[in-house]
Design a protein around this ligand. Structure first.
Ligand code: SF4
Ligand code: SF4
Ligand code: SF4
Length: 314
């Protein structure tokens, strides 16, 4: 069997260095377009909801309307089978009105919870099989059953704890608000916004609802918490927007920065590739020096061979 000569070892080392440099360059180039993009642009026809705690009377008309429009059995487990009164979102409840009260009973508020239809949804990027998708036009985040294997990564990934798993079924589904996309397809508004008798939750284009929210803030200084619209920037932005007279965190809306979780996840591999450039460049430099010295040694050996007639081991 033929042994590997020093010439072949040096050749492979130099080739490996070149390949590593080229590969890391390709990897860096592949992630470069999203570089530095913290906020996410809304889709061109982004639909939205605006919920205002100061207008909600807690009548809960939106809850049975949601259940009926989505073919969900009312969750009456907590009421001995009489009233629909779930404690939280669950596999039978895509929309809920909750009551929050401060410990000293000086402040209280109703809050409506459902999927936020994030501009850069963590559930979509967390699903390994593409079972959750964000519509590129209206931005609705919907679940596709044929691709779901039930791993529940979407549940873990969602910063708002929205997707729920149908534990009681043999073939369980992921349940979450899909923005009544079947109604939108018929030119109707979502069932919850249609049912609200006081306009506490309204439907429309995201830009128009953001403008409406800011008008309300400007018209009533001091009325709304921090005079800001939750969902304009939080977590990269959402298509469900909130105005609140009490702290957002108190009513269950987490404090999130303007960068979405998926954007953080995309940034870290980018940083790793950036940090890899140093060692790779050093490796290439060392391989270049070795290659250069090897060529010089080879030339000297050939010259010695010619002069002495003795074969030098290369
Ligand atoms: S229907 Fe409107 S007012 Fe009644 S609970 Fe729902 S959001 Fe609030
Ligand atoms: S709120 Fe959760 S489930 Fe809804 S789009 Fe955002 S990440 Fe997905
Ligand atoms: S948009 Fe439809 S599914 Fe979503 S909370 Fe409103 S009624 Fe329920």
């Amino acid at each position: 069997m033929r042994g590997v000569t020093r010439r072949e070892v040096f050749g492979l080392a130099a080739l490996g260095a070149v390949r590593a440099v080229v590969a890391s360059g390709e990897a860096a180039a592949a992630v470069a377009p999203g570089e530095g993009a913290a906020a996410v642009a809304a889709p061109p026809q982004a639909v939205a909801m605006l919920y205002d705690t100061t207008r909600c009377t807690g009548c809960k008309a939106c809850m049975p309307a949601c259940a009926e429009a989505n073919g969900l059995e009312p969750d009456t487990a907590m009421s001995g089978g009489i009233w629909q009164m779930p404690l939280d979102l669950n596999a039978q409840t895509k929309n809920i009105i909750k009551l929050w009260e401060s410990d000293d009973h000086s402040q209280w508020s109703f809050v409506k919870r459902q999927c936020m239809h994030c501009l850069d949804p963590a559930c979509v990027s967390g699903c390994p099989f593409g079972a959750l998708e964000k519509d590129p036009l209206d931005g609705v985040v919907a679940w596709e059953p044929s691709r779901c294997i039930g791993c529940r990564y979407c549940e873990v990934a969602c910063p708002y704890e929205i997707p729920k798993f149908e534990w009681s079924r043999f073939n369980p589904k992921i349940v979450k608000c899909q923005f009544c996309d079947h109604r939108l397809a018929e030119g109707l508004q979502p069932a919850c916004t249609a049912a609200c008798p006081v306009g506490a939750v309204i439907f429309g284009n995201r830009d128009a609802l953001l403008a409406d929210a800011h008008e309300r803030i400007d018209a009533a200084p001091g009325k709304y918490f921090e005079e800001r619209v939750y969902g304009e920037h939080e977590g990269g932005g959402t298509q469900v927007l909130y105005l609140s007279h009490v702290p957002f965190e108190a009513i269950g809306l987490p404090a999130l920065g303007p960068t979405s979780n998926p954007e953080y996840a995309r940034k870290w591999p980018r940083r790793i590739y950036q940090w890899l450039w140093g060692p790779i460049a050093l490796y290439a430099l060392v391989a270049g020096v070795i290659h250069h010295r090897w060529r010089r040694h080879e030339t000297e050996a050939h010259q010695l061979e010619r002069e002495t007639g003795l074969k030098e081991q290369l």
